[in-house]
Write a protein that binds this ligand. Structure first.
Ligand code: SF4
Ligand code: SF4
Length: 254
């Protein structure tokens, strides 16, 4: 097993390690940097993050997205990505940070769970911060990446992430502005605005037009995660544009 970060070694952005390497880190409220990392930072949200956070706050996904996030376009795929909107009125603090720490701690996003560890490639990891910023990197508690992820409750993400990652291979933009606008909107609704996607599926003729089996309908009706996974599969199959526009017009345009 590779051992990195002997106690005398200063860890920081320059440090790299593999999954079975050990790193040192401990975050707690007695550190002078407590809460420092919860401001002026890009925190990208996965669809699962949006679902968990909105539920924790008792908000619909639409209201959560509107109130707490910013939407950008990913460079490679052109599809929308979602980030937490930092507070302009509070020195770019995360809207969820309090003097006692994260107010949505149990449902904090995946990247906050991973921090300060960042993924740098296949089995390559590093730190997002230097130790002069993140004093937890000077603590002595040791972890492997696997131990860290388990400790932070990151297990539930893997299956959903793999379904999400399959979408760009099956769903391409066309270069035609109005069609691409529709594709991006459907991608956004399906992946991030699950409450709206639920309306799209159940309030129009979606089930009939797309010939969804009654078994699947039962599965996705009352289970958010099943609905989300269904949405990923639907997008990854390169959904039929003509049909999807028909349903959209029925549900959202009247
Ligand atoms: S969601 Fe929580 S942990 Fe993440 S930046 Fe905001 S306050 Fe910090
Ligand atoms: S800067 Fe590092 S040690 Fe300090 S609160 Fe953030 S993650 Fe924890």
């Amino acid at each position: 097993m590779m051992i990195i970060g002997r106690k005398s070694t200063v860890q920081g952005r320059h440090t790299e390690f593999t999954g079975d390497g050990r790193f040192r880190f401990l975050c707690h409220s007695k550190l002078e940097c407590f809460n420092r990392c919860c401001r002026d930072i890009n925190i990208f949200l996965s669809p699962y993050d949006v679902l968990r956070m909105s539920k924790k706050l008792g908000l619909s996904t639409s209201v959560f997205l509107e109130r707490y996030t910013t939407r950008l376009q990913a460079r490679g795929t052109g599809f929308p990505v979602v980030l937490i909107k930092m507070r302009d009125d509070a020195g770019l603090a995360c809207p969820f940070v309090t003097g006692q720490g994260c107010s949505i701690y149990e449902e904090r996003p995946w990247s906050c769970r991973m921090a300060p560890v960042e993924i740098r490639g296949e089995n390559r990891y590093g730190f997002a911060f230097d130790s002069d910023h993140c004093r937890g990197l000077l603590e002595e508690k040791e972890w492997t990446v696997e131990e860290w992820m388990k400790n932070q409750g990151n297990e539930g993400y893997a299956e959903l992430e793999s379904g999400f990652e399959e979408i760009p291979a099956g769903l391409k933009l066309t270069g035609l502005p109005s069609l691409d606008q529709h594709i991006m909107e459907m991608f956004f609704i399906t992946c991030y605005d699950l409450d709206k996607f639920r309306r799209y599926v159940f309030d129009g003729s979606f089930i009939k037009i797309f010939d969804i089996s009654s078994e699947t309908v039962e599965k996705i009706k009352n289970d958010d995660l099943e609905l989300l996974k269904f949405g990923f599969r639907w997008l990854a199959s390169g959904f039929d544009l003509r049909k999807s526009i028909t349903v959209r017009d029925e549900v959202f345009d009247n």
